[in-house]
Design a protein around this ligand. Structure first.
Ligand code: FEO
Ligand code: CA
Ligand code: CA
Ligand code: CA
Length: 513
């Protein structure tokens, strides 16, 4: 038995074995309820739950642990939403579905008197945010020429992971956005940002350009010692960088949602893991680097010096072409940085590097950053490889992270469906959820808590404040399906269903100590 104790909950579970079953498996004594699945009606207006369920954030209603709003990201669509795609090109109808089923859902969820979690479709808050929803741009790229002077833009998609703010809103990260932008004929530069949504107010919809444009995975918000806001972010691409944004002004609790303005002005930094320095990604620095006649573009940056000088003419251009700017300034390429979380105990920062087969990092690893003087606003840091994926640690390809209040990391894995259950991935079987203590005798060892159905990845683990319920998404079950009459998964195995449906489950069984 693996015991875990938290401030609020103590419990134990018997780690499960890896599995190839088309089921969501949990340890003895735990159960799950499907609260929403792809295409379920979520409100009186008849809006539908999107596809590719990813990040979840639970917002209590009146402080309740058993009723609240759940904001869920929808990362991408597949054959179960669009049907087969002829000649690799979406029809108009498919393109509209692609835009509709991505984005976010805000749903109201509650636990009934029998302990079963359900969706309340009569909710006045429940709504969809889609590829058609209008967003206001904030920050340095608002209205610039590279964005066609746009101050508002159409839609959000590629919504992968995210994070909550200190002022009760949710940040959602646009990750792989290119294909949808191309299919819809919309400008690439309007996507790849961090958006902010207020679950309780449908009119509050922002894209914060100060946080940069890249393949955003998630956000982890913390406070610098002097009270400024710090937001850590990964760029989930092979050979891409780790960033942190530090606000210009300080957090003021009394301002409530007014603190959102902190995300419009500040400094974006990129990590150099060799020097242990956070490098400011600014127009001044980029233009200085490019003014040197001996400038040589680093790997990953293309174009002549003169072309780059034309490309970078303002801070707006720097945040828009953030990855190139970061590389020019010495940001270190890393192995697909995905979720980042800040330890609630010691302000160390955990980063999942999912994998990178271009240079042999097949199982990935989790990096732990130690900011100088434990100050999240520091400009220097040290780091260690906290855990390496592979046989000895018991997990491969770590992706999303969540901390419980005892400092255990809850880690989901993202071995690609095409490689799962083959070759060096064989012993891990289907993607799962693991618990990894960050201290004690089991430090850095993974205990498997859940195994997902076929071709899925588990995403978006998020606890209720009392840690008696864990929300978790089951993303892309059955995604290897090419013939709709032969789905490779039928999860969640509802009566009469003929397709696999991604969805969100509420896991309960955590025992009060
Ligand atoms: Fe959408 Fe980086 O996973
Ligand atoms: Ca992810
Ligand atoms: Ca991933
Ligand atoms: Ca994925």
């Amino acid at each position: 038995l693996f015991g875990f104790n938290t401030n609020k909950v103590s419990g134990y579970f018997e780690p499960i074995e890896p599995s190839k079953e088309d089921k969501l498996l949990l340890p003895k004594g735990y159960k799950y309820d499907v609260v929403a699945a792809f295409d379920d009606v979520i409100n009186a207006a008849g809006e539908k739950f999107g596809q590719g369920a990813d990040y979840n954030a639970f917002f209590p209603i009146n402080g309740s642990n058993t009723r609240g709003l759940l904001a869920t990201n929808h990362e991408y669509t597949n054959i179960f939403a669009l049907g087969p795609i002829a000649n690799g090109k979406l029809t108009k109808e498919q393109m509209e579905k692609d835009l509709y089923y991505q984005g976010m859902s805000v749903i109201e969820v509650y636990q009934d008197e029998n302990g079963v979690w359900k969706m309340d479709t009569s909710s006045k808050y429940a709504r969809r945010i889609t590829g058609f929803t209008k967003f206001e741009m904030t920050g340095p790229a608002r209205g610039i020429a590279a964005l066609n002077n746009a101050t508002t833009v159409q839609g959000t998609w590629g919504n992968c992971s995210g994070g909550v703010t200190f002022w009760n809103t949710v940040l959602s990260c646009e990750e792989n956005v290119s294909d949808t932008a191309d299919a819809a004929g919309l400008p690439q530069t309007h996507y790849g940002w961090v958006i902010e949504v207020d679950p309780f107010d449908g009119s509050f919809l922002k894209k914060h350009t100060a946080l940069g444009r890249f393949n955003h995975e998630n956000t982890a918000m913390g406070l610098a010692s002097d009270g400024r806001i710090v937001v850590y972010m990964g760029d989930d691409k092979k050979d891409a960088c780790i960033y942190k944004f530090v606000s210009k002004h300080k957090y003021n609790k009394d301002l409530g949602r007014g603190n959102s303005a902190l995300l419009t002005e500040g400094t974006l930094y990129v990590a150099n893991l060799k020097s242990g320095k956070w490098i400011p990604v600014t127009y001044e620095a980029v233009s200085k680097a490019l003014s040197n006649e001996k400038f040589k573009a680093p790997a990953g940056v293309s174009g002549k010096r003169e072309d780059l000088q034309k490309k970078f003419q303002s801070q707006g251009d720097v945040v828009t072409y953030c990855h190139e700017a970061a590389l020019i300034l010495g940001g270190m390429p890393t192995d697909r940085p995905e979720d980042i979380e800040i330890s609630p105990f010691d302000n160390t920062v955990f980063i999942c590097h999912t994998n990178n087969d271009s240079h042999g990092n097949i199982h990935g690893h989790i990096t732990r950053i130690f900011e100088k003087d434990n100050d999240l606003g520091a400009l220097e840091f040290d780091f260690e490889i906290f855990a390496a994926g592979g046989r000895q640690s018991g997990f491969s390809s770590p992706d999303n992270l969540a901390f419980d209040s005892n400092g255990n990391l809850w880690v989901v894995t993202d071995m690609s469906s095409s490689s799962t259950n083959k070759g060096v991935f064989t012993s891990f079987m289907n993607n799962g959820l693991h618990v990894i203590p960050t201290s004690g005798p089991n430090k850095a060892m993974a205990m498997q808590f859940a195994s997902g159905p076929n071709d899925c990845e588990l995403t978006g683990p998020f606890f209720t404040p009392d840690e008696k319920t864990l929300f978790l998404s089951v993303q892309h079950p059955g995604e290897l399906t090419t013939d709709l009459s032969k789905p490779t998964s039928l999860w969640p195995h509802r009566k009469g269903d003929t397709k696999a449906r991604c969805g969100v489950v509420a896991i309960s069984g955590f025992k009060l100590g």
